[in-house]
Design a protein around this ligand. Structure first.
Ligand code: NAP
Length: 287
């Protein structure tokens, strides 16, 4: 049996078209066009690619975006001043600070400085709290993208055992929280670098979500034949991008799997577009 390939590009394209239609309707009804402000500090090549892809996606979806480029030696105060200006600018609806920030900056303080109503990455503690309580303002983009991949592919989560590998604030923890929410109703195991025998846990999993950052971390023989495998990892191996799952070993015998690239990555951007539209709606009163 060969696995069903979960096509993140196609599902993301569908999401983008819906955002585009809704943005057109919003402009007609309110005169407001959603606007994302992205902040890029320094010249990390991967971050430049990510920001460029987000700008391109905004343009394709009919959303406005503005990139604020700051030098790698920007001070905490200068960056916070820019965020304060964007927070109070009524023409800006979403603010994105591209991570990682240069080491001398206090990332937590910077992310906390973004007003929760414009926090389209859903990193602010207020938005994390609302999400945990099951009444989200914005959903965190990568985990929300994974949930959308599953639902769009007709893969149920209720009553199923999901193993999430990774417990970062950006992926693993919110991923586990979304799977656990009422409505999603999965039974969730979260693994990290101190978890013994992750292979044995994966062998019990109906759904494996890998967000580790180690190429081919999940071996093919860790996966049940009917498992669904979502590979969040993006790792550069020579001139190739690979995930955290040994795709070639897994694809022959699991039920469904996401490719890297073309799986979770496009969905993360699609969810950012949705959050930007939501942010604009939250900040717009009908005339
Ligand atoms: P991260 O902050 O580095 O977290 C990695 C997690 O993996 C940590 O919880 C860590 O455990 C765990 N881990 C590391 N080594 C391990 C080991 N040997 N055994 C078990 N667990 C281990 O990374 P992240 O930001 O969550 O990202 C994870 C991957 O997803 C990366 O490849 C990243 O590029 C990718 N990513 C992709 C997207 C997308 O849109 N597709 C978005 C975000 C991230 P500890 O907590 O114990 O250290």
């Amino acid at each position: 049996m060969t696995a069903q390939l979960i096509d993140g590009k196609q599902i993301a394209e569908h999401c983008r078209l819906q955002v585009q239609q809704q943005a057109v309707a919003m402009l007609q009804q309110t005169g407001v066009s959603p606007h994302l402000a992205a902040i890029l500090c320094g010249d990390d090549p991967a971050s430049q690619v990510y920001v460029r892809n987000k700008e391109k996606a905004c343009a394709k979806a009919g959303l406005r975006s503005t990139l604020h480029r700051l030098p790698a030696d920007v001070t905490q105060q200068q960056l916070q001043q820019l965020i304060a200006a964007l927070n109070s600018n009524p023409d800006v609806h979403g603010i994105l600070v591209q991570l990682p920030l240069p080491r001398h900056l206090d990332t937590v303080a910077i992310l906390d400085a973004v007003t929760p109503l414009k926090d389209v990455d859903a990193f602010h503690p207020e938005n994390v709290g609302l999400m945990l309580q099951g009444r989200p303002r914005f959903l965190p983009c990568t985990p929300a993208g994974v949930m959308r991949l599953l639902s769009a592919s007709g893969i149920p989560t209720a009553g199923r055992h999901a193993v999430v590998i990774g417990r970062s604030d950006i992926v693993g923890k919110p991923m586990a929280a979304l799977l656990l929410q009422k409505g999603a109703d999965a039974t969730v195991t979260v693994c990290h670098s101190r978890t013994p025998d992750i292979a044995a846990l994966c062998r019990q999993a109906d759904i494996v979500i890998a967000a580790v950052g180690i190429p081919n971390f999940v071996h093919g023989d860790w996966l049940k034949p009917d498992a669904v495998v979502i590979d969040v990892g993006i790792n550069r191996l020579g001139d190739k991008l690979v995930g955290d799952v040994d795709f070639d070993a897994a694809v022959g015998h699991v039920a469904a799997i996401t490719p890297v690239p073309g799986g979770v990555g496009p969905m993360t951007i699609a969810m950012l577009l949705e959050n930007t539209l939501t942010a604009a709606r939250l900040q717009t009163t009908r005339p």
